[in-house]
Design a protein around this ligand. Structure first.
Ligand code: PMP
Length: 435
């Protein structure tokens, strides 16, 4: 039986879409390796890793095996008053990989919730230190940390959803988005702006939250690792906690196991998600240091006040454990650097096209920033016709394929991006029927 697209269109929300004029959706029936298979049998090379998550590719035998082994034991049990091997094994693996100061793990059910938990940890920590005035969070402009309310409050106040939910979001403090490029000089103005904010507001500041090195959904901006070193130094100097949101960047995507490693910086609180479960099931984690955990636990309310129903879902933990073990084997390093070299070479010609503002590459991420906003439906239709799966946003065409992609598959993606970016303006491109 075919997938009922009419029903879908009339009744099912998709991410960030209107129910009256929804963007077209494509029926996928199978995914294997780096290919998504459409219902009509066409295959698309995946340039998205399903929003950073499917780093090992789809239908991976080791990940499949981990889920089916676990399924024969139990799918899920509550985590209140109970523990299980998949959770313990996963946390043991994680603690071997993350900076050594991090020793406690909260298993959350999505990236946004991991951010909520991180913010809660920071606020509860300062309550425990008898500093209830430390309640505000410093964040970066152009940041993106998720769609729940506390997470939204630390997203970019202009491009984020602040105006829509005015009055409902906690009023946080924002530093300018770093201008120093990843591989350029570290600019004095970035340092000065940050120093000034810390000096003026540290008494109210509970934490500084950053997406290390790569601001993702806020514009795919790569910034200088020195900025993180300065952030760490100012956090220490002024008693502010540093939260690293590595939900997108964690597990090798930027060419380092964690993006913080580019700077040799350890955060007080670390958020992981997406690639954590290899793109199989929704799972995220918030890790913190002994200092934070004991600070929270010695407060008047000594418990970390969070505990979702599906916390530490056993299937998700089992597949995450297998995914993290694959990462630990280390093949990602060579895979990511090969992808990086190929992206640099094959996307370089885009730089000469009139409609292209900039091409940039870091690790297994390739970005072609256009001069004009893109018509998502029209671009996606063209991509599907070209046999690739790419999901643009704003004026950005970008690739973040599974790490296991082979050179021929990656060339299909870069060729498509070159073709798309040759068209100077996609803003009012017509969407042809059949999308
Ligand atoms: N933080 C960052 C940096 C992200 O990229 C995302 C997801 N795009 C989130 C948080 C939210 O994660 P989730 O979509 O799993 O809630």
């Amino acid at each position: 039986m075919s997938i009922n697209l009419d029903f879908d269109r009339q009744h099912i929300w998709h991410p960030y879409t209107s129910m009256l004029t929804p963007l077209p959706v494509y029926p996928i029936v199978r995914a294997d390796g780096c290919e998504l298979e459409l219902e009509d049998g066409r295959k698309l090379i995946d340039g998205t890793a399903s929003w950073w998550s499917a780093v090992h590719g789809y239908n991976h035998p080791r990940l499949n095996q981990a889920i089916s082994n676990q399924l024969s034991q139990m799918a899920h049990v509550m985590f209140g008053g109970i523990t299980h091997q998949p959770a313990v094994a996963l946390c043991q693996q994680l603690l071997k990989m993350v900076p050594a100061n991090l020793s406690k793990v909260f298993l959350a059910d999505s990236g946004s919730i991991a951010v909520e938990v991180a913010l809660k940890m920071a606020l509860q920590y300062w309550l425990g230190q008898q500093k209830p005035e430390k309640q505000r969070i410093l964040a970066l402009r152009k940041a993106y940390h998720g769609d729940t309310f506390a997470a939204m409050s630390v997203c970019d106040p202009v491009d984020g959803m602040h105006s829509l939910f005015q009055g409902q979001l906690a009023r946080q403090l924002f530093a300018p988005a770093p201008l120093s490029r990843f591989d350029g000089p570290f600019l004095h103005q970035d340092a000065q702006a940050l120093r000034q904010l810390f000096a003026e507001h540290h008494q109210q500041l509970a934490a500084f939250i950053v997406e290390p090195v790569l601001q993702g959904a806020g514009g795919m901006r790569f910034y200088h690792p020195e900025y993180l070193r300065l952030a760490r130094q100012l956090c220490d100097q002024y008693e502010v906690l540093l939260i690293a949101d590595e939900i997108a960047t964690g597990f090798g995507r930027t060419g380092a196991l964690f993006a913080c490693n580019h700077a040799g910086v350890s955060p007080d609180i670390l958020c992981l998600g997406k690639a954590l479960s290899g793109g199989y099931l929704t799972l995220a984690a918030t890790l913190c240091s002994d200092k934070i955990a004991s600070g929270i636990s010695s407060a008047e309310v000594p418990a970390l006040m969070h505990g979702p129903t599906y916390m530490a879902n056993a299937l998700a933990c089992a597949v995450a454990c297998a995914s993290v073990r694959l990462i630990q084997q280390g093949h990602w390093q060579q895979q990511v650097s090969a992808i990086e070299a190929q992206l640099r070479e094959e996307l370089a010609p885009c730089q000469t096209f009139a409609g292209v503002k900039e091409v940039r590459v870091l690790g297994a991420i390739g970005v072609v920033e256009m001069q004009h906003p893109l018509n998502v439906a029209a671009v996606q239709k063209r991509c599907v016709d070209l046999g690739v799966w790419v999901r643009p946003f704003g004026n950005l065409l970008y690739l973040m394929p599974p790490f296991v992609i082979n050179p021929a598959e990656l060339s299909r993606l870069t060729t498509a991006l070159c073709q798309l970016s040759q068209q100077p303006d996609w803003s009012d491109a017509a969407v042809l029927p059949g999308a």
